[in-house]
Design a protein around this ligand. Structure first.
Ligand SMILES: CC(C)(COP(=O)(O)OP(=O)(O)OC[C@H]1O[C@@H](n2cnc3c(N)ncnc32)[C@H](O)[C@@H]1OP(=O)(O)O)[C@@H](O)C(=O)NCCC(=O)NCCS
Length: 195
């Protein structure tokens, strides 16, 4: 899909972001709970981390995707960050997630000085896992029954991506670490701008 703009989250996006997470199909694949409204989403990342980077993917003046990066303040873990992502169900499968993860990887590699970006993903979330693998994330393990989802205990995969430039220093040069996201992201109509 062309016309996806990835930019910084702004106050005016709060209702759109709340609308994404109003869908149970989105909530059940994240660590969220139902019925969290705009008041919650307005401060969600900033309350946890003043250095958080919060992005939206905009289509036709509407924020249809959201990604927040949580950094670490602990001196020995400043090189590690995690993130959360959600795309409105009406816009899933159209490249919005890919545009957001491409910008996450750009920020991690070129601006935030991150060695490692990590996350948990529901073990049955095939779409998210495929998306992360495209950008060089690998599965490091499974946390068994670590989340309660729609009435049942479920398991999560722990995934992480290391900065490809440091692979050799870390003794990972024998591991295939993609150097960038899939070709065509930046030329497929996506552009980045600040709000
Ligand atoms: C997971 C999610 C962020 C992906 O975003 P998206 O906009 O739907 O994904 P995209 O359209 O950018 O697709 C990216 C890749 O995912 C994979 N993919 C897309 N649809 C898929 C499907 N139905 N099954 C498996 N893989 C799929 C493809 O590899 C695709 O890349 P390609 O188009 O080059 O083949 C989004 O679907 C979402 O918000 N889901 C609910 C919440 C969630 O799961 N959050 C993540 C928690 S860890």
């Amino acid at each position: 899909m062309s016309g996806i703009i990835v930019r910084r989250f702004a106050e005016r996006d709060t209702a759109d972001v709340a609308a994404i997470f109003a869908h149970e199909s989105v909530v059940e694949m994240t660590a969220q709970i139902p019925h969290r409204g705009p008041e919650f989403w307005g401060g969600f990342y900033r309350a946890r981390d003043p250095d958080a980077v919060e992005l939206v993917a905009e289509v036709d003046d509407r924020a249809v995707g959201h990604l927040g990066i949580l950094t670490n303040r602990a001196p020995r873990r400043k090189h590690v960050a995690s993130f959360g992502i959600g795309v409105h169900p009406d816009f899933q499968g159209r490249g919005v997630g890919k545009a957001l993860i491409a910008e996450l990887v750009n920020l991690a590699d070129n601006w935030l000085n991150l060695l490692r970006v990590e996350l948990s993903v529901a073990s049955d979330n095939a779409r998210a896992i495929a998306l992360y693998e495209k950008f060089g994330f690998v599965v490091e393990g499974e946390a068994r029954f670590d989340i309660f989802t729609a009435g049942s205990y479920a398991s999560s995969l722990q995934m992480a991506r290391l900065h490809p430039r440091h692979a050799s220093q870390l003794g990972l040069d024998h591991v295939a670490v993609p150097t960038s996201g899939p070709a065509g992201i930046s030329s497929s109509g996506m552009s980045s701008k600040d709000a």
